[in-house]
Each structure stands twice: as C-alpha cells, then as structure tokens.
Design a protein around this ligand. Structure first.
Ligand SMILES: Cc1cc2nc3c(=O)[nH]c(=O)nc-3n(C[C@H](O)[C@H](O)[C@H](O)COP(=O)(O)OP(=O)(O)OC[C@H]3O[C@@H](n4cnc5c(N)ncnc54)[C@H](O)[C@@H]3O)c2cc1C
Length: 367
C-alpha cells in the first residue's frame, strides 16, 4: 500500500501523476491530510492586499484524490514507526504501509522564538493564518517578525490590507523586524536594495534586530515595539517533533534526511519532499519551488519503489530560482540569482504563474 502523508505541493504532483497514469500496479493508495484543500501560500499576500478572493489560492485535494482513485483520510499524522511501517494519527488510527511518502510541510516557530502571547499569529500552517486574519478586527499596528521573502511579502500585504478584510478602516502601520540576519538573507544585493526602497516608500519601518516578548511586551533588543495589536511570525519552518521521535534519519534540525531521489537515507521504503525534508547532498532553502519541482521526481520514484525497482529519477535543484515578491501596491519585485527587476509587469507575471498553477490542478480535479 502506498501511503501519502500530507497534501503538500509535492503530493499534488503525485496525485496528478496517479490521475494521468493510474494507481501504481496492484497497489492501494491512501492520502492522510487534515483538510480537503491545500492553501497555496504564494497567493496569500495578494489576498491580504485584496487582489485575490480567499478561495483563489486553494488546491482541491479531495477532488484530485477522488479522480486519482486515492482514498482520502482527513486526519493528521502524529507518529511514525519506520521499521514496522506504521503511521499513527491524531484520530487514533494506525495505518500500515508498504511505501510511504511525507509532504507535511514545516511547523511554526513563533511561540518558540518569540515567546507566548495571544497577539502572535504564526504563518504556519498557512490555512490557520488565513482563518485567523479573516476573523480578526482591523489591526492598526502590526509587527511582522522574519526578514525572509515570506515576511517581506506579508509586511507589504498587511500594509495594503484590503478594506474588505477585517473591515480595515485605514492602512495599518507595519514594522518589519528582520532579526539580526537582516533583510532577505541569501538574496542578491540588488534585490535587497529594491525591497528596502519599496519598504521605505510605503512607510514600513525595518528593524534589523531579533524580537521577543518579555514581561508581556514585545521588545527588539532593549527597545519596545509596543503598542502592537498583531504580531505575525514568519520565522521559517520547524520540523515536527514526531519525526525525530520516530528514529528515522533526520538532519540536526529534525527534518527527514533524503538523498537526490527524495528517499530516506535510513529507510529506503520512505520518501519525503517539501519543507519536511532536508537533502543530505545539498543545502536547500525551505521553499515552495523545491516542493513543486520535486513532485514529479517523487511520483516516478514512488512508482518504482512499489514495483520493487530502484529509484528512476533525481531532483537536481537549479542554482537560481525565480522569486516574485508582491509589494501589495499593484507592483512586484523579481529576484533571479544576482538580478532584480520591479514593476507592474512583474506582478502580472506572478499572477499568471500562480493562477496557472492553481488552474492546472483545478482542471485535473474536475476532468
Ligand atoms: C506568506 C508566504 C509566502 C510564500 N511564498 C512563496 C513563494 O512565492 N514561492 C515559494 O517557493 N515559497 C513560498 N513560500 C514558502 C512555501 O509556503 C513553503 O515552502 C511551501 O508551502 C512548502 O510546501 P510543502 O509541500 O512542504 O508543505 P505545505 O504547503 O505546508 O503543505 C503541507 C500539507 O501537509 C498537511 N499536513 C501538515 N501536517 C500534517 C500532518 N501531521 N499529517 C498529515 N498532513 C499534514 C497540510 O495540511 C498541508 O496540506 C511562502 C511562505 C509564506 C509563509
């Protein structure tokens, strides 16, 4: 039996492969994931700025699974025994498998890095973030913690918060606290310069310091960032605790260690892709593009594993990937290796790519 754990970006490609080519010979396939839809994070900043509806960035996992003939179990994995080949779920099920693949994404780090406070909304899981923002009263002073591409885009999105959202009466004041690593670590100087300029132009304050709650107040170094009525934690991914506890090979941060075939280093009948995985041969950023590009490779290798054959394909990440950062004001900034570009055309390109990706799977789920 093929068990897919998590309806993430890579497993969407695996489901699509099964829709096109059928369930791998003789196998039963099951997807365990907590919700019927995957929320595509790339469109969330645009949703904040009123460019997309709330459902604009949803992938219909249930529809894809139905079309693929894959059984869908709406539940959450909380334990893995890689030797006995069993997964435990929050709903109390024990699911046995022959070959398993994990694409459950990363977990939030807000509480661990900032401390506990009801004003914190973590961006992971992204669907929880969207639900909480949609339900909250209009914020007036927002702090976004995290200087990566996600934090930057959310700062722009929140600064341009749509009136239709949270009844936003006027544009919130936004501070972006990047941490000591500064703005967009790992991006080219030309990209950082453009983003810094756009932040300044929109009146978004940037603080290159770590933030933390101390005695109920949000502090950056020795200075206070109060008053703040919303603190968005965009601090990267943490590995799920159940993974490390399982005894499967992980990296030092607890992510499932895989080779270039996206196969576990310690258990060859287990595969993983996306934020939950860490490549042993190459350090890769936790980023949706890698989950998306690894998907077809994973699909081919899962087919081979079920047939008792060695892996067919390797995922060779490109050295440079295109990142398109929505600035929330009708424009966007492109980053490709050392190159940067900016303009309305960049946002139009971003919308075309994002909506094209969603439409491809919507058509497949409907067909
Ligand atoms: C605001 C924002 C914007 C971003 N924009 C971009 C971008 O433009 N480009 C880019 O490359 N990256 C972007 N990223 C990063 C990107 O979101 C992640 O790298 C990407 O979502 C990782 O995909 P994934 O498949 O690993 O996991 P996810 O997309 O997180 O999917 C995980 C799936 O597994 C399910 N799941 C979770 N836990 C369990 C469990 N225990 N058991 C079973 N199922 C489970 C979830 O419900 C979900 O369906 C952005 C991030 C943020 C926060």
């Amino acid at each position: 039996m093929l068990l897919l754990v998590g309806g993430g970006h890579a497993h969407v490609a695996v489901l699509a492969d099964i829709v096109r080519r059928g369930v791998p010979a003789g196998a039963r396939a099951v997807l365990v994931t907590p919700a019927r839809h995957l929320h595509y994070s790339g469109m969330v900043p645009g949703w904040l700025a009123g460019q997309h509806g709330r459902d604009g960035g949803l992938v219909d996992l249930a529809g894809l699974a139905a079309r693929a003939g894959v059984e869908l179990i709406l539940d959450r994995c909380i334990g893995l025994d890689p030797e006995a080949r069993v997964v435990r779920t929050a709903g109390g099920a024990q699911i046995a498998f022959t070959v398993a693949s994990f694409d459950t994404g990363g977990e939030g780090r807000g509480a661990a890095l900032l401390g506990d406070d009801p004003r914190i909304i973590d961006v992971r899981p992204i669907s929880g973030f969207v639900d909480r923002i949609a339900a909250m009263d209009a914020p007036t002073r927002v702090v976004v913690a995290g200087g990566g591409a996600g934090g930057v885009e959310l700062a722009f999105g929140l600064r341009n918060l749509a009136r239709s959202l949270a009844g936003a009466p006027r544009r919130p004041q936004v501070t972006l606290a990047t941490g000591r690593a500064g703005l967009l670590p790992g991006f080219a100087p030309a990209v950082r310069r453009r983003v810094a300029k756009a932040l300044a132009r929109q009146g978004i304050a940037v603080i290159a310091d770590d933030v933390r709650f101390e005695g109920g107040a949000l502090m950056a170094g020795s200075g206070s960032l109060e008053p703040a009525d919303l603190v968005v934690a965009a601090l990267g991914s943490a590995a799920p605790a159940w993974l490390r506890a399982s005894g499967i090979a992980t990296d030092e941060a607890g992510f499932l260690l895989v080779d270039a075939h996206q196969r576990s280093l310690s258990h060859p009948h287990i595969f993983a892709a996306g934020d939950v995985a860490a490549r042993a041969d190459r350090r890769l950023a936790h980023s949706g593009v890698h989950a998306v590009f690894a998907g077809p490779v994973l699909a081919a290798n899962l087919r081979a594993a079920l047939a008792g054959e060695p892996p067919q394909r390797t995922y060779r990440p490109r050295w440079n990937n295109l990142y398109l950062m929505n600035t929330g004001d009708g424009s966007a900034i492109a980053s490709y290796g050392p190159l940067a570009a900016e303009g309305r055309w960049v946002l139009a390109l971003k919308h075309r790519i994002d909506k094209g990706w969603i439409a491809k799977y919507a058509a497949l789920a409907r067909a």
